[in-house]
Design a protein around this ligand. Structure first.
Ligand SMILES: Nc1ncnc2c1ncn2[C@@H]1O[C@H](COP(=O)(O)OP(=O)(O)OP(=O)(O)O)[C@@H](O)[C@H]1O
Length: 257
């Protein structure tokens, strides 16, 4: 049975731009199943980040309903954790202290907080760097620390906005494999925004293609390829062509109502 972790219906969001209403998202609906990975692609400005920010409770939608595990999202950090392109670790805190800080709202005992932070730092392979500061980490390591911080909260839903966008291609594909390994072992649902079609195809069970003017979901493509996926296989290539064609249909634009 399809058990929804995230359920979005009729979501819309507009912003005031130069005295006029600009519609960033219009009547958007989306379901995310338990342990599902869904990637969101689309041209710049089609509302991908706005969608994620609404789910994360950082933006208040104009209309519609967002539920995580059946609960309406009304404030930040409710049922989800967000990973950005830049790691956003606090520079004056060590990796360990950054992860522990994210756990503060859970009001765990001091011992449990320490244990949980250590477990997730180990999971992303950073135990040796737990007492390092962000400036002492490479880009990939800092992004792994940000992932540990998001996973440690154990929300069951991780939202990722271009998480590997700033990494070089070799590191990026290594991080994709690490993410899949963690996902397989830890049973989380992931909604990931990416500009990279290959990344979407490599990671996702479904790819949602968005279109601007106003931002909405144009189509959803099932990626029924077994894992680990072969980027040079004919089936991968056929889906790549399909997504490229879907993206070509989307032309950036801006509607001011
Ligand atoms: N706070 C805001 N005020 C005004 N306009 C905004 C605001 N946030 C987003 N927008 C506009 O809404 C539209 C969608 O932005 P959003 O960042 O969601 O797009 P995106 O698809 O994530 O783009 P990109 O791929 O470039 O990151 C853009 O035109 C953007 O300028």
């Amino acid at each position: 049975m399809f058990s929804s972790v995230l359920s979005i219906s009729d979501l819309s969001k507009s912003f005031e731009v130069e005295g006029a209403r600009f519609v960033a998202l219009a009547s958007t609906g989306l379901e995310l199943g338990r342990n599902e990975i869904v990637a969101v692609i689309g041209p710049s400005g089609c509302g991908k980040s706005t969608l994620l920010r609404c789910i994360a409770g950082l933006e208040h939608p104009d209309t519609g309903r967002i539920r995580i595990e059946g609960n309406d999202v009304t404030r930040p950090g409710q049922g989800s954790a967000l990973v950005f392109q830049d790691h956003r670790l606090l520079p004056w805190l060590t990796v360990r202290a950054n992860v522990e800080l994210a756990l503060e709202p859970l009001r765990l005992s001091r011992a449990d907080q320490t244990r949980r932070a250590a477990r997730y730092i180990e999971l992303v392979g950073l135990s040796r760097f737990a007492d390092s500061f962000p400036r002492q980490l490479s880009g990939g390591m800092a992004q792994r620390a940000a992932l540990a911080r998001a996973l440690a909260v154990e929300t069951g839903l991780v939202l990722m906005d271009e998480p590997f966008g700033a990494l070089d291609s070799i590191l990026r594909s290594r991080m994709q494999d690490e993410l899949l390994k963690i996902w397989q072992e830890h049973q989380v649902s992931i909604l990931i925004v990416t500009h990279d079609i290959e990344e979407a195809l490599y990671l996702a069970d479904r790819v949602v293609v968005m279109r601007p003017d106003p931002g909405h979901i144009q189509e959803t493509v099932e990626i029924a390829l077994p894992r680990p996926r072969q980027r040079d296989s004919a089936a991968f290539g056929a889906l790549r062509s399909r997504l490229l064609a879907a993206l070509a249909e989307s032309a950036p634009g801006r509607r001011v109502a």
